[in-house]
Design a protein around this ligand. Structure first.
Ligand code: SAH
Ligand code: SF4
Length: 362
């Protein structure tokens, strides 16, 4: 059996694990600092920690279960990593340079069962959830890449918006958040962490009741059930009324604002009447939400959808603004490098398969 990644333990779990073996919290904190502050890349470099503890850790855990398969660097500074898991599956992680800092987008599942009609990630059914360690490792992979550049750059923000539905992998995603938030470690503030969901009402309520206290983004993409069901089949199981009831509960419980994500698909959900419907739906939640309009990144397999024209985006935005709704248009990152989540992976898998064929034929 493969050894688990040490990055999968919360500080509390590490303290418990070492405690059971007779070592005090002091040692757990020291190991934690070696991992996340000094950011050593293998156990032998944990020079601050007693050798017998290092020995114990290296017998039971590994530090790196992911390996880099492909890395694409965009002209705007975006870096996309295609990483190979121990079982051979590929996942994506993206580093985006923003005005306010360095943001990383992480993957939470291998594939996605929600299967939204516009998304490249949903093309491949979920084969498994990622462990907390595999999600933390993605972030560490990026942080170590920055460390190697030697410019003292830190990952400051995290968005859980890569492949997969995070709330369908609730426990591991929650532990991931606990690990990266920990103020003795990476200390990424809860206000700088956003989890995006396609909208699972019961899970949203559980999320609201949890200790995580991070931001929530809802992939809305349509304001009526007819339209939303057409583009996101999950809406059949959880219609907009049920979703909004959970969102209202989240706001009430956490006193936080939610962000609604709305991809603009040409002539599908970007018409004036769609903006009016959206304004109507969000108006009662004006004070507690904002809308992020997302220009669609075309996906080869979903050729029925195209990106909205610039004029439609502006007109849509204006209608929302006139209705007093907080609204932004998402700036794009790395459009020259297969930026939409799941795209690099699906393209690379096709390419790898073609290469294998060639090798077999040759
Ligand atoms: N499963 C979660 C999180 C991952 S998807 C969710 O759906 O929220 C993250 C965001 O990217 C979602 O808002 C999703 O709708 C959006 N997205 C998916 N495919 C896209 C594409 N081709 N272009 C632009 N945004 C896309
Ligand atoms: Fe899954 Fe999100 Fe893509 Fe929908 S948009 S298929 S929920 S990853």
């Amino acid at each position: 059996m493969n050894k688990p990644s040490i990055y999968g333990l919360t500080l509390e779990q590490l303290t418990g694990w070492l405690g059971e073996r007779g070592y005090s919290k002091f040692w757990a904190t020291l190991v934690w600092e070696e991992l996340y502050r000094r950011r050593v890349t293998d156990f032998e470099r944990m020079t601050e920690v007693k050798p017998e503890i290092v020995q114990l850790l290296s017998e039971q855990f590994v530090m790196h279960t992911l390996s880099e398969h492909v890395k694409q660097e965009s002209r705007d500074g975006t870096v996309k990593f295609l990483l190979r898991l121990q079982d051979g599956n590929l996942i994506e992680t993206v580093l985006m340079r923003q005005k306010y800092g360095m943001s990383v987008c992480v993957t939470t599942q291998v594939g996605c069962n929600i299967g939204c009609s516009f998304c490249a990630s949903g093309l491949i059914k979920k084969s498994r959830d990622l462990s907390a360690g595999e999600i933390v490792e993605q972030l560490m992979n990026v942080q170590l890449y920055l460390d190697q550049r030697g410019q003292d750059e830190r990952v400051t923000h995290t968005v859980v918006m890569g492949i997969g539905e995070p709330l369908d992998n609730f426990e591991h995603v929650s532990n991931f958040v606990r690990i990266i938030k920990d103020h003795k470690g990476l200390a990424i503030g809860p206000k700088r962490i956003t989890v995006s969901t396609s909208g699972l009402p019961e899970k949203i309520k559980e999320f609201a009741d949890s200790d995580l206290q991070v931001h929530l983004a809802i992939s809305l993409h349509a304001a009526t059930n007819d339209l939303r069901t057409r583009i996101m089949k999950i809406n059949r199981a959880f219609p907009i009324e049920q979703l909004m009831e959970a969102v209202d509960y989240y706001v009430e419980r956490t006193k936080r604002r939610v962000m609604f994500e709305y991809i603009l698909l040409k002539d599908v959900n970007d018409r004036r009447e769609d903006a009016v419907e959206l304004a109507r739906l969000i108006a009662p939640r004006r004070g507690s939400s904002s809308i992020n309009l997302i220009p669609y990144n075309p996906v080869d397999e979903h050729s029925q959808y195209q990106r909205s024209e610039q004029e439609s985006i502006v007109a849509f935005y204006d209608i929302l603004k006139k209705n007093g709704i907080n609204c932004t248009v998402r700036l794009e990152h790395g459009t020259d490098i297969d930026a939409a989540c799941g795209q690099l992976r699906s393209k690379q898998m096709k390419k790898d398969a073609a290469d294998r064929k060639q090798v077999t034929a040759g």
